[in-house]
Design a protein around this ligand. Structure first.
Ligand code: 6R9
Length: 653
């Protein structure tokens, strides 16, 4: 377990617990008996949760696990996901309720009611069908946080087309590999996007990505910034020209519960991203159930805000599917948190009386850095539940969040889950759990997680090991797009004897049996809550003509959780390892993958530490990157290498 020990440093320094107030518990959606109810009959429990959706045809079997690890949930059931997220609320008389308070970065805004959302989604669905799209086809979406992005996702869902949202910050190369992998027929984008007070191009990125892309027939462009963009005749269409004139009537067809809903790419331990596949009925059930209970959401009363981007799973499940299935009124914000000033989020909370706020530890730590006086300037008294996701939250940030944002009373839910799990898996339940700063605590009712040792045996209280999910759950991934072998190997081979899903995270139980997440145990880094594989960054570095070899590690970073530190060996003739060369390499990585993958630091070295079998020992490099004494070097092929690296760095070579 030494491999992931850095994250341990800031844990267990806070021993207070925070029980819910009686007033909160009295009104909470979740109650303590959920755990026993789910344990008594897990499938009956999930069947009850599925009842919160509208099924065109009811299922005949809750779970079919006979073809494990490929699960089928709500077998035989039929539903339309978009109908459940939109039309249903209009049909039940809530058409005038605001679904989305959209806030643009430059200060423009739009309120969209459920009735309006229904019209928009129906028109967009008609538009996509007019282009010949059929159920099972794939559409890639690279867009900023504009309402059309959500409309586009729901329009795809409505006609049974799989969407694959690619984060707006990803490079043309990254977009292209995702488009090719799924053979997307259509790409939807915007002319540009507002970031940090300026309009930046977006379509240009897509144009570059799609040069020679064979599968793509059309590119649909939403006008956002109004800047001039080149139009490729016959391929590009403006969203407003295509969608606005369509009929607002569109009959939703019911699809099988296991009909694919979307693909979302995430970093794995190799350079090639994995297309995580999710399906309809089980995913939506878990999205709605968790959103209702973990955030204690009350339809028509709460104003909810999840600050994620739709390019990540959190945006999928907790901006689009969960909240809309539960008839949420939510804030969607387009821009960066410090544009035009560092109080932007709190200003929005105050203006819209946000009551549930869900964000990431990296942003909380950034708020801390900006200063307590900023949130204090605003009226945050509407906030009653706070959430955290993306990486372990250090107790210091947790306490700051509680004191400065939650007025010392709002329960904080630290939610552990993954792109692969589809929805929240481990989290306190507000109104039920006495929360502990830094711990995600307990698998939700209906979910089962364990911390096991190398052999797959559950460790005792106080023990540490690997986090596994030992029972199937409705929102689980149904595979990796086009790569069954990789699906089995990545998640199901590590504890094949037991049939456990291996999450890739280290974890421990405390004396009460609560779970503490300790960070990844594989070669995946977590930078500001974004998963980036070391191999991905290494491949980008060695693709530069001056680099002979590269090794990348995630080093503890006070703001971003981890920061990317690269060690590179330059080619013989590229002797200049000065600042300019390093800057050039950093930019090269940003161009190849995206700015989020830009190394914090690049160190030019003469040698890399390797085992006799040639495996780079990242553990030792992490010691260097974190200014620690270098650990055990006995398995190195050449044990003097670390001295060479350390002395080279000290002398500035
Ligand atoms: C939802 C999301 C998944 C990885 C996961 C873990 C880390 C997420 C966490 C957390 C500790 C939490 N992670 N939430 N670690 N506490 N509350 O982030 O999905 O982008 O796929 O990342 O993020 O390491 O394995 P994804």
């Amino acid at each position: 377990m030494t491999e992931q020990s850095p994250a341990l440093d800031n844990l267990l320094t806070e021993s207070r617990t925070f029980p819910p107030s009686e007033a909160f518990s009295a009104q909470a959606n979740a109650t303590a008996d959920f755990y026993a109810e789910a344990d008594a009959d897990r499938e009956a429990f999930w069947a009850k949760q599925a009842e919160r959706l509208h099924w065109e045809t009811k299922w005949s079997q809750v779970l079919d696990w006979t073809n494990a690890p490929f699960a089928k949930w709500f077998v035989g059931g039929k539903l339309n996901v978009a109908y459940n997220c939109v039309d249903r609320h209009v049909d039940s008389g809530h058409g005038d309720q605001v679904a989305i308070h959209w806030v643009g970065e430059p200060g423009d805004s739009r309120d969209i009611t459920y009735a309006q959302l229904k019209d928009e989604v129906s028109k967009a669905a008609n538009a996509l069908e007019s282009l010949g799209l059929e159920a099972g086809d794939r559409v890639a979406i690279q867009m900023p946080m504009v309402p059309e992005a959500i409309v586009a996702m729901l329009a795809c869902a409505r006609i049974g087309v799989l969407h694959s949202v690619v984060f707006g910050g990803f490079s043309p190369t990254a977009l292209r590999s995702r488009v090719d992998d799924q053979a997307a027929r259509i790409v939807i984008t915007t002319d540009g996007q507002y970031r940090r007070g300026k309009a930046a191009p977006m379509k240009a990125n897509v144009d570059e990505a799609l040069e020679g892309a064979e599968s793509v027939e059309k590119v649909i462009v939403v006008r956002r910034t109004g800047e001039e963009v080149p139009i490729t005749e016959g391929r590009d269409i403006w969203w407003h020209e295509l969608v606005d004139g369509q009929s607002a009537e569109h009959a939703p067809q019911a699809f099988d519960s296991e009909h694919p809903l979307f693909i979302l790419y995430t970093s794995g331990t190799t350079g090639k991203p994995k297309g995580i596949l999710h399906t309809s009925g089980g995913y939506l059930t878990q999205a709605a159930y968790t959103h209702h209970n973990v955030f204690d959401h009350k339809a028509g009363e709460d104003v909810y805000w999840c600050t994620a981007d739709i390019g990540w799973i959190t945006g999928h499940t907790y901006i689009v599917y969960g909240p809309l299935a539960n008839r949420t009124t939510q804030v969607v914000y387009e821009g960066t948190p410090n544009t035009p000033h560092e109080g932007r989020h709190w200003e929005i909370v105050q203006q819209h009386k946000v009551s549930i706020y869900y964000t990431a530890p990296t942003l909380i730590r950034t708020f801390m850095k900006w200063g307590n006086e900023i949130p204090q300037k605003y009226d945050l008294s509407s906030l009653r539940v706070l959430g955290s996701v993306g990486e372990p939250i250090n107790p210091e940030a947790w306490i700051w969040y509680r004191e400065n944002v939650g007025a010392n009373s709002a329960p904080i839910v630290d939610t552990w889950w993954q792109t692969e799990t589809g929805g929240i898996m481990i989290s306190p339940l507000p109104g039920v759990t006495a929360t502990k700063p830094g711990s995600a605590q307990k698998a939700l009712p209906g979910i089962s997680a364990k911390v096991v040792d190398d052999q797959g045996v559950e460790v005792g209280k106080g023990g540490g090991g690997y986090l596994v999910l030992d029972k199937p759950w409705p929102g689980m991934l149904r595979g990796i797009w086009g790569d069954e072998q990789r699906f089995r190997e990545t998640y199901w081979s590590r504890f094949a004897d037991q049939g456990y899903y291996f999450a890739g995270d280290g974890a421990k139980y405390d004396a009460d049996g609560d779970v503490w997440l300790l960070g990844r145990v594989d070669d995946v880094m977590n930078v500001s809550g974004h998963r980036i594989s070391t191999t991905e960054v290494e491949s980008a570095l060695v693709s530069h003509p001056t680099v002979a070899e590269a090794a990348v590690v995630g080093a503890t970073d006070p703001t971003t959780g981890q920061g990317i530190v690269a060690f590179v060996i330059l080619r013989g003739n590229a002797v200049d390892g000065g600042d300019e060369a390093v800057q050039e390499l950093r930019n090269h990585v940003a161009k190849e993958i995206g700015p989020i993958a830009k190394p914090r630091q690049i160190l030019v070295v003469q040698e890399l530490p390797k085992t006799r079998s040639g495996k780079i020992m990242r553990r030792l490099l992490r010691d260097v990157a974190e200014n620690r004494q270098v650990g055990d070097v006995t398995t190195l092929a050449d044990s003097s290498v670390m001295d060479l690296i350390s002395s080279g760095l000290k002398s500035g070579k």
